[in-house]
Design a protein around this ligand. Structure first.
Ligand code: C2E
Ligand code: MG
Ligand code: MG
Ligand code: MG
Length: 279
């Protein structure tokens, strides 16, 4: 009986695994069409300079409006895009969109709003197909109009290809941000080897900042360390005024989070810039 039960459980298990694999395949196939069908959109989340309260930057975040499933989270579809090799074309498109926005905003607001673009380690495995240097030059976007967000893992890899590609960005004046800082396999030695512009303090440190003394200590220490190395800090996932006040007292440079705004379509983002200060 135990054997039969085991077998049934096994077959139930494989069935649900098969179901999951089918789902994944279906979603991946839809994703193949998503760009051509205009289902992908770049949203912008404002990043504020903490001292002035001004929106000076934005993070470009992908959104997928699936015709049947509705909004699919990037946490779900980015890994699929990576596995299926679609991330290269999608990533190129996001970058292009971001550059075009920076150019447009430069015209309209008369100042540079720096847009950061996320890049997963997979995207560093092959070069962009389109020539971003040319696009930026053509549209008059300076190098520091774009920031590339990478995770710590990329810098720990031995792959010199990735480091070369990163250097290409740097040589064009593009700034580099370490995303989700403090959550990866941190080895602080890479901060010495690479010219990093920003550390983004992960939301997991910010979330309980008001109550958790350890998080307070770690967050303040990260900010002090970064500044001593000439690196600026951006706190992610700021949701309350208390969190903002603590971050301000620690000398954090920039904040980003639902306290101010989630990622929104470009037109909505522009209204916030026009208002000059939010939050
Ligand atoms: P990330 O780069 O760390 O982006 C920050 C995430 O935190 C975003 O989730 C953002 O909407 C969310 N967030 C911002 N403020 C708050 C807050 O106050 N509270 C909470 N709870 N969440 C907040 P999102 O947009 O779902 O993106 C998830 C991840 O997907 C991103 O994490 C990034 O790793 C990846 N991703 C998004 N767009 C792209 C892209 O164009 N290319 C690549 N390679 N990855 C992307
Ligand atoms: Mg990011
Ligand atoms: Mg992040
Ligand atoms: Mg994060």
């Amino acid at each position: 009986a135990a054997k039969a039960e085991g077998r049934n459980r096994f077959s139930y298990f494989t069935q649900s695994m098969q179901q999951e694999a089918k789902e994944k395949l279906a979603l991946t196939n839809d994703l193949r069409q998503a760009l051509a069908r205009n289902e992908l959109h770049v949203y912008y989340q404002p990043i504020l300079e903490l001292q002035s309260g001004q929106v000076t930057k934005a993070e470009a975040l992908l959104r997928w409006k699936h015709p049947v499933r509705g909004m699919v989270s990037p946490a779900t579809f980015i890994p699929l895009a990576e596995e299926a090799g679609l991330i290269h074309d999608i990533g190129d498109w996001v970058f292009q969109e971001a550059v075009a926005r920076v150019a447009d905003w430069q015209q309209r607001f008369g100042r540079l709003i720096q847009v950061s673009v996320n890049k997963s380690p997979i995207q560093f495995e092959q070069p962009e197909k389109y020539i971003w240097q040319e696009q930026m030059k053509k549209l008059g976007v300076p190098g520091n109009g774009i920031t590339v967000e990478i995770t710590e893992g990329l810098l720990l890899k031995e792959s010199s290809k990735a480091k070369e590609r990163l250097l290409e960005f740097r040589n064009s004046g593009i700034e580099v941000s370490i995303d989700d800082f403090g959550t990866g396999f941190s080895s602080l030695s890479y901060l010495k080897q690479f010219d990093i512009d920003y550390l983004k303090i992960d939301r997991s440190f910010v979330k309980d900042l008001e109550k958790n003394e350890d998080d307070k200590a770690l967050t303040e220490a990260i900010i002090v360390m970064a500044h001593k190395l000439g690196i600026r800090t951006i706190a992610e996932g700021v949701e309350t005024e208390q969190q903002r006040d603590l971050l301000k007292s620690f000398g954090c440079d920039y904040v980003q989070g639902f306290l101010y705004s989630p990622a929104v379509p470009a037109a909505e983002f522009e209204k916030m810039v026009a208002r000059r200060t939010i939050g």
